[in-house]
Design a protein around this ligand. Structure first.
Ligand code: XMP
Length: 517
């Protein structure tokens, strides 16, 4: 499927910066559609096809003069389209127009800048403002007459912003996309709306009809679509969009793999039925648990679960010959991550994108491939999913199998289910559920000696993990009030006799990951 038509759009050219996603997201928050494109795929043909209202060049780890540094053609300066370079993008633009970039003292974190020339880009800014910097190269010189300095770092005097004199091509050394630059959103709005004149018509809600149309164009009449729904917000929203687009040609399948949370299969079924999705229910819990017997390695667990899912879908598709398509709830970060970093180390094999095996023989439709999670949630609500479902925490496809370290046993499943329920209940009670990204319990093989009813008892250690995150790619452990942690710990040891110790995971991602394995 191509990206949504009918909206003004901004292209964000990715040079490998850690904040590239944030740039795209902030622009969408202005209700202007934005899309990320890798610098190596950024071509004149693409620009002619997409007709962006503006182009943003992201930051990146390189030095502009380094061998193999990512570059783009100078034609970008002649497009007649406004361009904003950020950090590396700023240095790249400066070097392209004949300026000089040098290695400097480096500016990291909060930095003050002085706005020295009035310009539309800095509308609403005072003459001195705080911004977020993260660079060691800097723009030392700009060509006289061709560019004008708009702002300088208060401390070093480095060029913090410039523009070309005769056209709306800008560079900013700082990061307007991060919240640590308090007036950053305003600057992006000044650029995208003020300078580039983009219409603010894109919202997740009003993109529904566009996506539905795209699905109709993609899936020919008469062909059926199989959509595996887990009850999670992504797969449920994908199914709802498909239902709108192809009606009864949607075959929704809910597979219970026996690795779900307490009471979850029943609740999912009820919700899906209420939404009119009428899923085919397949209870395969015995098969999954059997296949996982004796398996200790997490990647192996993922492989086994994935393969079993695929086998089940194949059976469904063989029974219903009209099925030609498989719908997946892949979202935008998955698409970008898997496409952008060839050769990047695969930390965990959980991205949907590479997805299910080819031998399934089904074509793939991904209605959410241009959306961020928070946008999916808004669409879900617009399509009738109750809010508390739309805002449920993400839950991994292989379920509790990746929250159990070592072999998956009935006992450990019982423990992790009950303990996770306690974590969720206590967070909800404290009004914190929606403010964290994920919150769950983990059980492994460590033991701790306890005293239960005056007796020595050797029991399990349960680790509680609660993290805050925007997209799961980085995460910070949540500073939950002690009283909440205390209630969680005492309830877990009180309600689960096999547990003698509760610990709280206080490592962020990186260097850790969110799930234990
Ligand atoms: P990690 O543990 O890699 O998790 O920091 C990042 C996000 O991905 C989720 N996750 C998974 N999702 N299948 C999934 O569908 C998986 O195997 C899997 N492993 C991790 C995790 O819950 C977090 O939101």
């Amino acid at each position: 499927m191509s990206s949504p038509e009918g909206f003004d759009r901004v292209l964000v050219v990715n040079f490998g910066g850690q904040y590239t996603h944030l740039i795209a997201r902030r622009i969408r928050e202005l209700n202007v559609y934005s899309e990320i494109v890798n610098y190596s795929e950024f071509s004149r043909e693409l620009v002619e096809r997409v007709r962006p209202k503006a182009v943003v060049l992201s930051g990146g780890p390189s030095s502009v003069y380094a061998e193999g540094a990512p570059r783009i053609g100078e034609w970008v300066l002649e497009l007649g389209v406004p361009v904003l370079g950020i950090c590396y993008g700023h240095q790249l633009l400066a070097s392209m127009v004949g300026g000089r970039v040098e290695r400097g003292v480096g500016e990291y974190g909060r930095t003050e800048v002085e706005v020295v020339t009035e310009d539309r880009l800095f509308e609403g800014w005072g003459s001195r403002e705080v911004v977020w910097m993260s660079h060691s190269d800097y723009v030392a010189e700009l060509p006289e007459g061709r560019a004008v300095v708009l702002a300088r770092s208060a401390g070093t005097g480095y060029v913090a912003a410039f523009r070309l004199t005769d056209r709306p091509i800008y560079g900013v050394q700082f990061h307007p996309e991060v919240t640590h630059t308090p007036k950053g959103r305003k600057l992006l709005e000044n650029f995208v709306v003020g300078v580039a004149g983009a219409r603010r018509s894109w919202t997740p809600e009003n993109v529904v009809e566009v996506i539905v149309e795209e699905i109709r164009r993609t899936v020919p009449p008469g062909e059926k679509v199989l959509c595996a729904v887990s009850g999670g917000v992504d797969s449920t929203t994908a199914a709802l969009l498909l239902k709108r687009a192809v009606g009864d040609r949607l075959v929704a399948v809910f597979v219970n793999h026996g690795l779900m949370r307490e009471g979850e299969p029943e609740a999912v079924l009820e919700t899906l039925r209420k939404l009119g999705l009428n899923p085919v229910y397949i209870d395969a819990s015995r098969e999954f648990l059997e296949a996982l017997k004796g398996v200790r390695d997490c990647e192996e667990k993922r492989r086994i679960v994935g393969e079993l899912f695929a086998r089940i879908f194949k059976e469904v598709a063989e029974r219903d010959r009209g099925i030609r398509w498989l719908a997946q709830g892949t979202t935008y970060p998955d698409v970008i991550e898997s496409g952008f970093a060839p050769g990047a180390d695969r930390i965990k094999s959980h991205h949907n994108v590479a997805g299910l095996p080819r031998w399934l023989g089904l074509k793939v439709v991904e209605p959410l491939r241009y959306l961020y999670k928070d946008e999916v949630r808004r669409i879900a609500v617009a399509l009738g999913l109750p809010e508390e479902w739309a805002y449920r925490h993400p839950f991994p496809g292989p379920g509790l199998a990746v929250r159990i370290v070592g072999e998956v046993t009935e006992e450990k499943l019982r423990i992790v289910r009950r303990a996770s329920r306690v974590v969720e209940e206590e967070l909800t009670r404290a009004g914190l559920y929606r403010s964290v990204w994920q919150a769950f319990a983990v059980v492994g093989e460590d033991r701790w000696v306890g005293v239960k009813g005056d007796r020595r008892a050797v029991g399990y250690v349960v680790t509680v993990r609660i993290v805050e995150s925007e997209d799961g790619m980085t995460a910070d452990w949540s500073r939950v009030p002690y009283e909440v942690l205390e209630r969680i710990a005492s309830r877990i040891t009180g309600e689960i006799p096999e547990v003698t110790m509760v610990t709280y995971a206080i490592t962020s991602k990186p260097p850790s990951t969110i799930e234990p394995c």
